[in-house]
Design a protein around this ligand. Sequence first.
Ligand code: PSU
Ligand code: MN
Length: 303
Amino acid sequence: MSYRNFLKPSPEVASALAANRAVVALESTVIAHGLPRPQNLETAQRLEQIVRQEGSIPATIAVLSGRLCVGLDQGQLEQLASSDDIRKLSTRDLAIAVARAWNGATTVASTMRIAHRTGIKIFATGGIGGVHRGSLPDVSADLPELARTPMIVVCSGAKIVLDLPATREWLETYGITVVGYGCDEMPAFYSRRSGLAVDVRGDSPEEVTQLFRTQRELGVESALLVTVPVPVAAEVPVEALKKILDQALADAEQSNVSGRDLTPFLLARMAQLSEGATLRANIALLENNARVAAQIGSQLSQA
Ligand code: PSU
Ligand code: MN
């Protein structure tokens, strides 16, 4: 393979972009490392289906045999969900993955990079990475990527395992506008409440589209972060959440888990400790965010 051919939009995604139809990017780390089997494949398929129901084209992004694939077929989704040989690739890993012909799932950071490069304007995920708790400063590459990539990112805030106030400060410092979609407070992933402020409330795709267009006119280079609370029925009560989280954090420290393994470890441990409650919340918010992103995408693709 010539290294020049490494960026591979699927035919469907390429023709949708050429026709200025709405395309919604979806990440793959959540499939390969964020959710357990078999819910991971079911959720990946469901997210694509939801995007289609809203009249947009889904583009799940991953690296397969060193190709940056934008829009996956059924077999590729199955491979990501079931193979034990899928790395977790952030932006720093992309060139290496191309050079070594790796298979890997993309994080928020690397998904944004690839999506933006392909011409996709909107991306849906669960929770972004951020500033981790603890003394060693471990800051997700998701944050600097949000600071330098002008696209709309729809999420339910940063993952609850993080230092949320520190993450909120980081977003502010680097000029990333945070929209509360139907809410006045930044959601906290499994929980609708964080006590942290959003910059503006937005209640419709039109409002978000207008903010994004103004940013483009101004040459703002950072992302517009649209935060959507987990649906009420799936929310995990804060008190239960706090206990589970403290236990998971203690377990991670005891087992010396760090670096790229930390987030997947914490998510899996919390799902066990909550007997699936956090997993149900995670799936519900992913589905809801995909729907909201597709609705904003449709609005954005209208002239
Ligand atoms: N949100 C989820 N599940 C996940 C992730 C986010 O609901 O698995 C993933 C995203 O891909 C995000 C990554 O980019 O976790 C952050 O990892 P780290 O903290 O190592 O940067
Ligand atoms: Mn990290």
